[in-house]
Design a protein around this ligand. Structure first.
Ligand code: LMR
Length: 396
């Protein structure tokens, strides 16, 4: 039965984890998968998470199922985090959260919901986007299209994006990255979000906002500007939120699908359908990550501790962005890579070609996605001189 099955290459991002582990170069640098790293290259458990886990261990009294929508305590803290504590959308009970196995699980729920409830509608993703968007939406049977996002000079192509959005057929779904665009790091300004809102409204398009990096760009509320704007001004919005990065709980698979509908009645109808999608995929989400998040956000002291640590992570990344460009000055390459200091979030679309990325890996043990996407959190003050030298060598 299996004779005809062909072997396929592994995932382009996750495959880098294994390749990096195997490399024996003592100077190797991991700029691959999107996890935060401290100055020693470690991905530590946040202090607030450790404390929350200690409390959970002490107080947990059952491991029973938490239901297809997940724990209500998780929705109660995540909805205000995403939509704002004073959100009119929440006051009108127009939003519902369904806990999911990570942001990827939320995207999968969204994809299956769209395929089942909005048959025939296409989905539009930025070019480039997180490669897994392609797989998730096409495997759900949705027709995938692209709109431009970066130009030939590796800059945000906002006019190209807007012009393309204006031609999308009515009722199609448009995937937008709330902040920290993956893979480019180019984010929309508030004015640009307003323009996007105008087009979505005019063309009657349904936004699906992928919000995987809240707090890694400018701040928890600042990063939510576009999400909150669309949720408040439009009748219907789909949001996929992740706590993997901002709580550093990657392996706990903690995210949620937020469905915003016109009114409470429609929201409950939609919510009932999402429960079926969750049930058919995995039944109930894993509980532990959501419990950590609700423990932290339900306690003022832990919340303050977590916010402080998140700010430290964001500030570190933004400092490293500037220091990376400075490290390239002696090689006359600072202008060429100046975009790295302007981009936001964990990733930078560096403009390095796939051939240059291959040389960095083979000659210097520096690992990044072949598209030229670098995880900026993998930079450190120790490895920046080495990185700069290597980048200069592959630019020769
Ligand atoms: C990434 O883009 O590196 C992360 O979102 C991890 C993943 O699952 O690809």
């Amino acid at each position: 039965m299996f004779e005809h099955i062909e072997r396929v290459p592994g995932d382009a991002i996750l495959g880098l984890i294994e390749a990096f582990k195997k490399d024996t170069n003592p100077q190797k640098v991991d700029l691959g998968v999107g996890v935060y790293r401290d100055s020693k290259g470690n991905t530590p458990v946040m202090r607030a998470v450790k404390e929350a886990e200690a409390r959970l261990l002490k107080n947990e009294s059952t491991k029973t199922y938490i239901g297809s929508h997940g724990a209500p305590a998780y929705s109660d803290v995540v909805l205000p985090m995403v939509l704002g504590s004073d959100s009119p959308v929440l006051a009108a009970k127009r939003a519902s959260a369904t806990q999911s196995p990570g942001g990827t699980g939320a995207l999968r729920l969204a994809a299956d919901f769209i395929a089942a409830q909005l048959p025939g509608k296409g989905i539009w993703v930025s070019d480039p986007t997180w490669p897994n968007h392609h797989g998730i939406f096409t495997s759900a049977g949705i027709e995938l299209h692209k709109y431009p996002y970066v130009d030939a000079d590796n800059r945000l192509d906002f006019s190209g994006m807007l012009a393309a959005l204006k031609k999308i057929p009515e009722g199609d779904v448009v995937v937008l990255h709330a902040c920290c665009h993956n893979p480019t790091g180019f984010d929309l300004s508030q004015e640009q979000w307003q323009e996007v809102l105008g087009v979505l409204r005019e063309r009657k398009l349904l936004p699906l906002v992928d919000f995987a990096y809240q707090g890694f760009g400018e701040g928890l509320d600042e990063d939510a500007y576009g999400v909150r704007l669309l949720a408040e001004k439009l009748d219907e919005v789909i949001i996929t939120s992740s706590c993997s990065k901002n709580f550093g709980i990657y392996c706990e698979r903690t995210g949620c699908l937020i469905m915003v509908a016109k009114d409470v009645e429609q929201m409950e109808n939609v919510r009932s359908q999402v429960a079926i999608v969750a049930r058919e995929n995995y039944s109930n989400p894993p509980a532990h990550g959501g419990a950590i998040v609700s423990e932290i956000l339900g306690d003022a002291e832990l919340t303050a501790m977590w916010r402080e640590e998140l700010t430290e992570m964001r500030d570190r990344i933004n400092t490293l962005r500037r220091d990376f460009v400075d490290a390239l000055k002696p090689y006359g390459l600072d202008q060429k890579y100046a975009c790295v200091a302007e981009q936001r979030g964990m990733f930078s679309y560096t403009g390095l070609t796939p051939e240059q990325v291959d040389r960095l890996r083979d000659e210097f043990g520096i690992y990044m996605v072949r598209s030229g996407r670098a995880n900026v959190a993998g930079f450190s003050h120790e490895n920046l001189p080495y990185l700069a030298k290597a980048i200069a060598a592959v630019n020769d």
